[in-house]
Design a protein around this ligand. Structure first.
Ligand code: FAD
Ligand code: TPP
Ligand code: MG
Length: 570
């Protein structure tokens, strides 16, 4: 048995868990752990704000499927992580956050930089630990990794007191194996529930699959595709499910929900059976629950029993891992000809395509949709896009068509502005060969732009597209639609983003005309390092269609014609 300090055990365990880099920021209470880092072959990415560290760990996790690790000191270091932890929690992303804590004897005394971070993060972690002895460090880390990635993934926080880092004990990896009585992440459905589900599936005439994030988390894309093709069932995607099924697949209808395609929402409302695959009926997806898919029976395949009947009451619940459940269902699912239903949906689509502004004549104005669609075409849809939150996020979902799982990374549940830039750094660590594009609004960019310095220090090659509309655009849109255009606190006075990038040593360009979009994207792609493009787009454009919050899913606001244009050149 080898004697090690708690600090050494932290790194020893991380190495054994397969961790090759951590994202962090030092301070007094975590210093013993930083000091021990010098003896271990783990790369430490020095962030500029601890929120960035959590989003980087999250971006790493979403791009790779592995656990991302963030590390910070006590007090303000730990509280700066809160937003990133909540972001990971809402989107089921497996991260482990390690924080230093004041010495165990000082706990509760309002010691310098003391915060009860386990208390503060209790509702936004899947689990958390306060470790006060060196001999408990190994078990906490092993359990944290197990909890973070088993069952429904999520964030776990380990708070380690300074004396636990400094103290020494015998290190025994094997005897620190997880012991979590009562934690049962591997549930399986009952045989009778399979039978009920199959009876509904095989008799349905207008079924729709609701394809969610669970497809990606369960690596179930191929099984879902086979199921859909065999039973001829069209698929509607959630925002977080995009890429789980190729956008180009003929049965893939596109995104559902508040900013989903009109024909997709109509198909959901007209369905006689909804097959929810690893999705949680978020309110952005259902609209008014009272009128949601009124004629449909519902089957929910879901790993977390807490999600069953939470928002939408279902007829059959199959609680388990989606891949495992589909392996059971697939052979017993009968091939069916549902051409009438499929051609009905095609007709709905024909009627709705007018909303696509790509079909409108080029009037000299630069629309975000143009920029995103051109980027999609230039990259052949193969980039890994990390978006921030707002209008640009929705346009990305509509105009960049994802064919690969984990090729779109976005904050869906918490909707965290400031997510994109740091999450993209984490994603690039996970997938160094991928072409990573950050798509971010002029508002959200300014929340975490300090991480430009991390990009430079770490020599990270990510391309940054700022969709600059001079507004907190999504909020402005709500003000336009629901508050009679009273634009309280949404116009932005911005810095010159291109010059700002240059100050960090990052190449940059500013684009305000459509003809310059493709050449500038090409320039960025050729440049062997990071590049920022400030796209000055139409200021008062809105995302259509839109289901107003709480409205019926088919009550969509559609793009008015002719479209209304604003902007500096008018
Ligand atoms: C401005 C804005 C607008 C938005 N508009 C829309 C919109 O129009 N349409 C839309 O769809 N979303 C929209 N969203 C996103 C929305 O808020 C939710 O984040 C999203 O709908 C959740 O998708 P999901 O249920 O697939 O993923 P998650 O919330 O990640 O849920 C995944 C589910 O899968 C389960 N699961 C995990 N692993 C497995 C497994 N192995 N097997 C089985 N089940 C598993 C989980 O327990 C969970 O219940 C918007 C967000 C923002 C910020
Ligand atoms: C941290 C945080 N604060 C506030 C909000 C509310 N919010 C949602 S979208 C949005 C506007 C985003 O503006 P911008 O980044 O410029 O993107 P745009 O909508 O213009 O594309 C705001 C303020 C949020 N989602 N996150
Ligand atoms: Mg904006």
């Amino acid at each position: 048995m080898i004697n090690k300090t708690g600090a050494e055990i932290v790194w020893e365990c991380l190495l054994r868990e397969g961790v090759r880099q951590v994202f962090g920021y030092p301070g007094g209470a975590i210093l013993p752990t930083y000091d021990a880092l010098t003896k271990y072959d783990i790369h430490h990415v020095l962030v500029r704000h601890e929120q960035g560290a959590t989003h980087m760990a999250d971006g790493f996790a979403r791009a790779s499927g592995k656990v991302g690790v963030a590390i910070a000191t006590s007090g303000p270091g730990a509280t700066n992580m809160v937003t990133g932890i909540a972001t990971a929690m809402l989107d089921s992303s497996p991260i482990v956050c390690i924080t230093g804590q004041v010495g165990s004897k000082l706990i509760g005394s309002d010691a310098f930089q003391e915060t009860d971070i386990t208390g503060a993060t209790l509702p936004i972690t899947k689990h958390n630990y306060l470790v006060t002895r060196a001999q408990d460090v190994a078990r906490a880390i092993r359990e944290a990794f197990y909890v973070a990635q088993s069952g429904r993934p999520g964030p776990v926080l380990i708070d380690i007191t300074k004396d636990a880092q400094q103290g020494a004990c015998d290190f025994d990896w094997d005897s620190a194996a997880p012991q979590l009585a009562g934690y049962r992440p591997d549930l399986s459905p009952e045989a009778c529930d399979y039978e009920k589900a199959l009876a509904l599936i095989n008799s349905a005439e207008r079924p729709v699959i609701l394809a969610g994030h669970g497809i990606i988390l369960s690596s179930a894309g191929e099984l879902v595709r086979r199921f859909a093709e065999k039973a001829r069932v069209p698929m509607a995607m959630t925002l977080l499910g995009l890429g789980g099924i190729p956008a180009a697949h003929p049965l893939n209808l596109g995104m559902m929900g508040m900013h989903g395609e009109a024909w997709v929402n109509t198909a959901v409302q007209e369905a006689d059976l909804l097959l929810a695959f690893g999705m949680r009926f978020d309110d952005r997806v259902t609209g008014n629950l009272k009128t949601y898919a009124p004629n449909a029976k519902k089957i929910h395949i879901e790993i977390d029993p807490a999600e069953i009947n939470k928002n939408v009451k279902v007829d059959v619940a199959l609680v388990g891992d989606l891949s495992e459940v589909l392996e059971e269902l697939l052979p017993k699912t009968e091939p069916r000809d549902r051409s009438e239903w499929l051609s009905h949906i095609r007709d709905l689509k024909g009627d709705s395509a007018v909303r696509d502004i790509q079909n409108l004549p080029d009037s000299g104005h630069l629309y975000a949709a143009h920029v995103i669609n051109d980027l999609y075409r230039e990259t052949n849809g193969r980039a890994l896009v990390v978006t921030d939150v707002g209008q640009h996020q929705m346009w990305e979902a509509q105009y960049y068509h994802h064919n690969e799982p984990r090729s779109l990374i976005t904050s869906g549940g918490l909707g965290t502005m400031g997510f994109a830039l740091p999450a993209a750094i984490g994603a690039k660590f996970a997938r160094p060969d991928a072409e990573v594009w950050v798509m971010v609004g002029d508002g959200g960019f300014q929340m975490t732009l300090c991480e430009l310095a991390t990009i430079v220090q770490e020599k990270i090659d990510v391309k940054i597209a700022i969709i600059n509309n001079g507004y907190l655009g999504m909020v402005r849109q709500w003000q336009e639609f629901f508050y009679e255009k009273r634009y309280a606190a949404t116009p932005l006075v911005n810095p010159d983003f291109a010059k700002l990038a240059e100050a960090y040593g990052i190449r940059s360009a500013c684009v305000s005309e459509r003809k310059d979009v493709i050449p500038t994207v090409q320039e960025a792609r050729k440049h062997p390092g990071p590049m920022l493009i400030d796209f000055r787009v139409e200021q008062e454009d809105s995302v259509y269609p839109m289901v107003p919050a709480g409205a019926d899913l088919h009550q969509m606001i559609r793009r008015p014609a002719p479209i209304y244009e604003t902007g500096a050149d008018e």
